[in-house]
Design a binder for this molecule. Structure first.
Ligand SMILES: [Zn+2]
Length: 568
């Protein structure tokens, strides 16, 4: 007896141990997936595109459709992920476990057929996993099902190349599921070309139906303390509010329908979009928390968390970057002189901490000292080229900077830097231009990891420079984002970030040498705006970027404090 993907999954598919849910799959947890899954089994539908938020059961749905096809409507199935190592990890940690728990799939495993993490030859059909751009062993053979998983991370051209694999088969099917990224990139275009189905929810009060949008999510919060969250009926004449409670979330799931917005699409080309408001396993509190933190980051010039929020949670493509504003350059305050703070013991008003940051050159050092207030405002006190190690130590001592507030770039002559850090108790820094964030594990009193936080700096790494010597602490930095924040301060749009009027031309010249430019990501091929690499002679800029890193580590910059009263 032929089973459709939903009947089949409710009978045979069990969640793997990494899933939110355990036990057998049930449609009632995500009824909106019904249309997507039945379309996959509909011979009239040639392609399906899901442009959806992260944590949307994307991979789960892909697994069900792949295994269903092996059992009920077999044909060679090719599953393409952005990178082959990702495909291997996914297979080993999730797919194999779900396959082993699935009776009809097990029955189709032949003893003789090859069965590896990436190539599974069932009696009925092969299931092949690969990375975009990897040359697959089966490249000559016809593919009936092509599944593109998270194509927004794929190398330019790889999507088009993969799509050619199914071109000639009359019963072939292309399925694409991805979070959005750029406007008019391949997943966005594929969605626009399909019939553009949006999930419309009926209001219990006014009975109007609307698609779910982040614009109607409201909250009442002070800092990160969220007192209330609700979703407002988009009808301005209606006062209905949904809350993050099981009944209201279930209403949105059960009293919604897919409405196609593109009447001109080929009837065989379906596309769906939904955001994080819909899946019941995503709490609205987490959505609002992400928004508040992203707004706080944006207030100091760090736009990356907002882009991630709009793309991956609100499910809207776009770069969310104001590239024009980044070109604004430094303005001198001219209200004080470097001489004002030369004398030992002088402090700026309300001084909280002062950091020294050191960039190493050939045979000399660049030293920058900046004093910070607890509110994130600051004053530059000193910037000069220093000829000797002895003078460096003396100058840091004269300005009374505590050793644990001195940060040295270890990107050049690392072993010498580590040795100097060891001798003085200073901290070494290492900038990583291709990393966006570092995971910090937050533990409870019992040492159990309760959650993970992403920050622009890593936790301490410890280096030994010799027997009997204390270990040196080193912090890795996500320099692209730190440079965004520094540029924001430099453009004088952020908190007061003062420069003495008589600082001199060398500082100013070095401060403005580096800018964002278009670069191609070597892994994905996508073109983005990134900070230039390898610009020589920008030591003042580097030292200021390290000051920002230090201020963020100390919690002076970047802590969420004043969110908007309601989501914009
Ligand atoms: Zn209403």
């Amino acid at each position: 007896m032929f089973l459709d993907p939903i009947q089949w999954a409710e009978s045979y598919f069990y969640f793997d141990s990494s899933s939110t849910y355990q036990g057998r799959w049930r449609l009632d947890r995500a009824p909106w997936l019904k249309d997507v899954m039945l379309a996959f089994a509909d011979p009239k539908v040639k392609s399906g595109v899901c442009r959806c938020s992260a944590q949307s059961a994307k991979t789960q749905t892909g697994m069900i459709l792949a295994l269903w096809s092996v059992c009920e409507d077999p044909g060679p199935f090719l599953w393409v992920m952005p990178a082959i190592d990702e495909a291997k990890t996914f297979s080993e940690t999730r797919l194999q476990e779900s396959m082993e728990a699935c009776e009809p799939v097990q029955a189709l495993r032949s003893g003789r057929g090859m069965h590896t993490a990436l190539e599974m030859h069932f009696v009925s059909a092969p299931l092949i996993l690969t990375g975009a751009g990897s040359s697959s062993k089966i490249s000559g053979k016809p593919i009936r099902y092509l599944f593109l998983d998270e194509e927004k991370d794929m190398r330019k051209g790889a999507v088009a190349k993969a799509l050619k694999r199914v071109r000639s088969k009359w019963d072939s099917k292309v399925w694409r599921m991805s979070t959005p990224k750029g406007e008019d990139d391949s997943i966005d275009r594929a969605f626009m070309e399909g019939d553009q189905r949006h999930w419309h929810v009926e209001c219990p009060l006014c009975h109007e139906a609307h698609q779910l949008e982040f614009d109607y999510m409201r909250y009442d919060a002070g800092g990160l303390n969220i007192r209330d969250i609700w979703y407002e009926c988009p009808n301005p004449a209606c006062v209905h509010q949904w809350r993050d409670i099981p009944q209201d979330r279930a209403w949105m799931n059960n009293r919604g329908t897919w409405v196609a917005h593109n009447q001109d699409a080929d009837p065989g080309e379906r596309s769906w979009t939904w955001n994080a408001i819909l899946p019941v396993w995503v709490s609205w509190r987490d959505i609002v928390l992400e928004w508040i933190k992203a707004c706080a980051a944006s207030e100091i010039g760090d736009k990356e968390p907002l882009r991630v929020f709009w793309n991956e949670t609100a499910c809207r493509p776009g770069s969310y970057r104001d590239t024009k504003a980044e070109k604004e350059l430094v303005r001198l305050s001219g209200t004080y002189s470097v001489k004002d703070y030369e004398a030992k013991g002088t402090r700026i008003d309300n001084e909280f901490l002062r950091f020294a940051t050191v960039d190493r050159g050939k045979g000399h050092y660049w030293l920058l000292i900046r004093a910070w207030r607890a509110d994130g405002t600051s004053k530059l006190l000193f910037y000069e080229s220093i000829g000797t190690y002895k003078r460096l130590r003396e100058t840091i001592g004269a300005y009374e900077v505590s050793p644990h507030l001195v940060f040295c770039d270890a990107g050049y002559e690392k072993s010498a830097v580590l040795k100097e850090c060891c001798e003085n108790g200073w901290i070494a820094l290492h900038g990583l231009p291709n990393v966006d964030s570092f995971i910090h594990k937050v533990r409870n009193a019992l040492g159990k990891v309760i959650r993970e936080e992403r920050k622009v700096f890593s936790q301490f790494e410890f280096y030994s420079v010799g027997r009997g010597l204390p270990p040196v602490r080193l912090v890795n930095l996500a320099t692209n984002r730190l440079k965004d924040i520094t540029a924001y301060l430099r453009s004088s749009r952020g908190k007061a970030w003062e420069i003495p009027g008589d600082i001199g031309g060398i500082y100013l010249h070095q401060l403005v040498r580096e800018a964002r430019e278009e670069v191609r990501n070597s892994r994905t091929g996508a073109v983005t705006l990134a900070w230039q690499q390898g610009v020589k002679g920008n030591h003042a800029w580097d030292c200021e970027v390290y000051q920002v890193a230090a201020a963020m580590m100390a919690g002076i910059l970047g802590a969420a404090q004043k969110p908007e009263p309601a989501a914009a």
